[in-house]
Design a binder for this molecule. Structure first.
Ligand SMILES: [Zn+2]
Length: 198
């Protein structure tokens, strides 16, 4: 139907989440009409994220270099750690402006059915971090079955390993079964201020 370079672009764009065949074709024609500079900038931006973005050596958030911007920021409280599932969960929390501590990105949630066991997540690294003067760990895993199971598992492990550290969970009110990514700032901000001990 299309000349092969266009067909290839349509096919690649169609692999993106939420992009059907029609939208992929529309985007491909948009890129085709764009200036050479804009099209090159898009291609370069895609190449750059794959080449330059790594995981922070401390918290496993996305980073350009060994440490992420949160870990490099001296003004962020070092004694509060917010535990999230994925790097994408940091963005909505940052947008609330309610949180001034650090993060720890687990890299997923416990799900024995899918074969995700504790050793598949960055849990050992979290337990190492809490021994260094941490006062509170906020469990901000998603309000889903796997997110709740992960929060329970981590809370129990922290109580055992670091009994002096307060462990809290975001207040309810977040859409159940949803991801933090889709929570609005006001709701998420309220969930932060209303967090409770677990
Ligand atoms: Zn970091």
């Amino acid at each position: 139907m299309f000349a092969s370079p266009i067909a290839r672009l349509v096919q690649q764009l169609g692999k993106l989440p939420g992009i059907g065949e029609k939208t992929a074709a529309r985007l491909a024609f948009h890129i085709l009409r764009a200036s050479p500079e804009d099209a090159a900038a898009l291609a370069e931006a895609i190449r750059d994220v794959k080449e330059k973005i790594t995981l922070c050596e401390v918290c496993f958030n996305l980073a350009e270099g060994p440490r992420c911007t949160v870990c490099l920021d001296e003004r962020r409280e070092a004694d509060v750690i917010c535990v999230v599932e994925e790097p994408g969960d940091v963005i909505p929390i940052e947008r609330t402006h309610e949180y001034r501590g650090r993060y720890h990105v687990l890299g997923g949630a416990l799900s024995p059915i899918d074969g995700v066991e504790p050793e598949d997540l960055k849990l050992a690294q979290l337990y190492d971090r809490v021994t260094n003067g941490v006062r509170e760990v906020i469990l901000a895993t998603n309000p889903t079955t796997t997110g709740e199971a992960t929060a329970l598992h981590v809370a129990a492990a922290l109580h055992q390993r670091a009994p002096d550290v307060a462990v809290t969970r975001l207040a309810s009110g977040l859409p159940v079964g949803g991801d933090l990514e889709y929570a609005d700032e006001v709701t998420l901000g309220r969930a932060f201020t209303g967090r409770r001990a677990v």
